[in-house]
Design a protein around this ligand. Sequence first.
Ligand SMILES: Cc1cc2nc3c(=O)[nH]c(=O)nc-3n(C[C@H](O)[C@H](O)[C@H](O)COP(=O)(O)O)c2cc1C
Length: 219
Amino acid sequence: MLKGLAFGLCVLAAVAALLPLAITWIESRQARQAAGLEPYAAPAGPERHRSAVVYFSRSGNTALAARHVARRLGAELHALEVPAYALGVGGLARSALDAKARRDDPTRLPDIRPRTLDLQPFDTVWLGSPVWFYSPAPPIWAFVEHNRFDGQHVVLFNTFNSHFGDDQIAAFKARAMARGARSFEHRHVLRGRMTRQLSPADMLRAIDEAWFPAPDPPR
Ligand SMILES: Cc1cc2nc3c(=O)[nH]c(=O)nc-3n(C[C@H](O)[C@H](O)[C@H](O)COP(=O)(O)O)c2cc1C
């Protein structure tokens, strides 16, 4: 009986130790896959872009979604960097701890680079992020706190595996409006749990269908 219990505990401990390694391996593979897809450079020239896309992405999926949105809109594109959240077991642990800390205390925000951007020229600002602990990840909350969105339409877009909290999206909307936004929308794409997720191509197809539906043909 005791032997059985000890064996069970050993198996549990081994699974607990291997899980972060397995997650890290999957995340790194996804990041490599997504990195090569849909390169984007905002069109050069004197014309002003009407939209900006600002995003944080750890394992490349939100980055791919952001490039896709920017390409569709001809928008300016900016990535937010947080070196402490780099791929790997350490970055995964830091991401989880910081996401939990921000949920408990909304003033606990990470250092992001860049901290501010000149968003004045834009009508619409798209803000992209993965969902961490049912909420947009801390870097995008930090970006909202450090910037203003006066008179702008803000679109929060999330990639996620299974669930997000409507209360968290409502709280994010409240912060964007408090920072000057005129209006707010939320777009999201469900990728599915880690062992059976949408391929990058399927994710982009889902985005096209849900976020950019074709207009009804004229009758
Ligand atoms: C620390 C952490 C917490 C997460 N929490 C959630 C969650 O609460 N709900 C969910 O659906 N997905 C969650 N995910 C999965 C990510 O939202 C999902 O894989 C996302 O598409 C990753 O985007 P990225 O590749 O741009 O980093 C979490 C991922 C990490 C690393």
